[in-house]
Design a protein around this ligand. Sequence first.
Ligand SMILES: C[S@@+](CC[C@H](N)C(=O)[O-])C[C@H]1O[C@@H](n2cnc3c(N)ncnc32)[C@H](O)[C@@H]1O
Ligand SMILES: [Zn+2]
Length: 201
Amino acid sequence: MTLIPNQGRWGYCLAGQETQFIHHLDIAIASASGLPFRYLEIGLGDAGTFRSIIAYLRILQIPFEARAVDIPSHPIEIQQSGGNWIVESHNVGSESFLVAAAAEGWQPNFTFIDACHGAPCVTRDFLGVEKIAADNAVVAFHDISPEAQGQHFQPHCQTGINARAAVEQLGLLRDLRPGWETLAETAGTPTSFGCLYVHKI
Ligand SMILES: C[S@@+](CC[C@H](N)C(=O)[O-])C[C@H]1O[C@@H](n2cnc3c(N)ncnc32)[C@H](O)[C@@H]1O
Ligand SMILES: [Zn+2]
C-alpha cells in the first residue's frame, strides 16, 4: 500500500476522505490507456488537495501532468516540473480553461470538480470535462452529500451548495447517464462533505 501524503491535512473540507479519494485516483491510474497521467482540479483553493495529489503522483514515480484552474483574481499560482512531470495552475476560470484544453487536445484521466458549487456551475464544469475526458477517466464531485446542500453560500451563483441537484440532473447520481458508470458516493465526516465518483466507460 502506498503512503498517502499529508493525510488529515488536505484542503478545504476533504480532510478525512483521503483514502477514498486516492482509491479512485488509483482506479483512474490503473485504467488509463497511456502516459503521462493527467490530473485536473477545477477550483484550486488553497491548493491543499492539489499539492497532496502531486506528492502522491511523485511517490508513484509515473510520468504525469497536473493542472488546476481557479478564477482570474485567485492569489495562488503554481508552476513546477521535474524530469517526467509538470504541474501548472491556470487562473482563467473553468469555462475558458476547458475550451482551451479541448482545443489543445489535453485529455484528463482524473478530474476533481470543486469550484463554484451552484448547480449551473457544477453542471457546466462537468459538461466541459465530458468533452475532453480521456477514455476510462474518473471524475470526482465534491460536496454532493445531502447534508451539504444549502450550506456555504456560493458567491458566484448566489445560492448555497447545490451540487447534488446537478449530478442528479446529469443522471450521474443514479447511474443513468450513457457513457458513465457511477462508482461510489462517499459519506462526509464530521468536518467534511462527501464526494461522488464516476467513471467514463
Ligand atoms: C472549495 S475551493 C477549492 C478547494 C480545493 N479543491 C481543495 O480541495 O483544496 C473552491 C475554489 O473554486 C474557485 N472557483 C470558483 N469559481 C470558479 C470557476 N468558475 N473556475 C475556476 N475556479 C473557480 C474559487 O475561487 C475557490 O478557490
Ligand atoms: Zn456558480
